[in-house]
Design a protein around this ligand. Sequence first.
Ligand SMILES: NC(=O)c1ccc[n+]([C@@H]2O[C@H](COP(=O)([O-])OP(=O)(O)OC[C@H]3O[C@@H](n4cnc5c(N)ncnc54)[C@H](OP(=O)(O)O)[C@@H]3O)[C@@H](O)[C@H]2O)c1
Length: 230
Amino acid sequence: MAHSQSRPFVFIHTTASLDGSIDHSGPERLVLSNATHLAEVDRLRADSDAILIGAGTLRRDNPRLLVYSEKLRELRRSKGQSEFPIKVTCTCSGEIPAGSSFFSAGNGEKIVYCPAPRLEALTRQLGTSAQTVGMGNNVVAPHFILQDLYRRGVRRLMIEGGSSINALFLSSGLVDELWLAIAPLVIGAETAPRLFNPQKLSLPTNLSFQLLSAAALDGLVLARYAVRYV
Ligand SMILES: NC(=O)c1ccc[n+]([C@@H]2O[C@H](COP(=O)([O-])OP(=O)(O)OC[C@H]3O[C@@H](n4cnc5c(N)ncnc54)[C@H](OP(=O)(O)O)[C@@H]3O)[C@@H](O)[C@H]2O)c1
């Protein structure tokens, strides 16, 4: 579904613990999901034109961000879409490890947004593994990313975290839906990343959430909210 303001329809999907953390502070990657939920994530990815993560998630989790179901990939091909959604990330520092699975997994397009002064070095570093786009001086404005993606044909964007990117897009007034999976466990660590990084979140006072649906997925709850800025 296209959005009326020439930007893609944007939804955040994230998985949190009962106490609102999306990771722990330990060294290994935390598994919050289960097979039923992962199948749903696969479907959400397959329905999207692009998937965006922040550079923090890229460095910490090294995710592959693929559509794993052959059937869903075949369905995309039959609709004239690329096998995989475009992978998108953004960085201020330009610290993007070229060997990340983000670049090596899957044959889909990859785009990295960075501030203009970082563009030359990042382009040199990443070579042909991704398209690099420079905009802004120190940060990249979220609406600029969306406009640029829209120009490239992206009509549905899935944001998969992390904490800072979720907060940045939500507080910019640019999110249409939130898909929140709640896993039945407690992390209990003050320093664990939250669903929305409180330091990056300047919540619009007019923000509200309307529950559209909720499903039980083998112990997880997946709630879908419409996000309204009224
Ligand atoms: N449970 C889940 O569903 C889930 C999903 C994803 C991630 N996570 C967790 O989330 C945590 C990571 O969250 P995070 O907040 O550290 O990182 P993040 O939100 O993934 O990425 C933040 C980074 O994005 C870049 N960035 C932010 N604003 C920008 C802007 N305006 N312009 C350009 N670049 C910008 C910066 O990169 P630079 O630092 O390079 O400047 C920033 O440090 C990890 O622990 C991960 O496991 C959980």
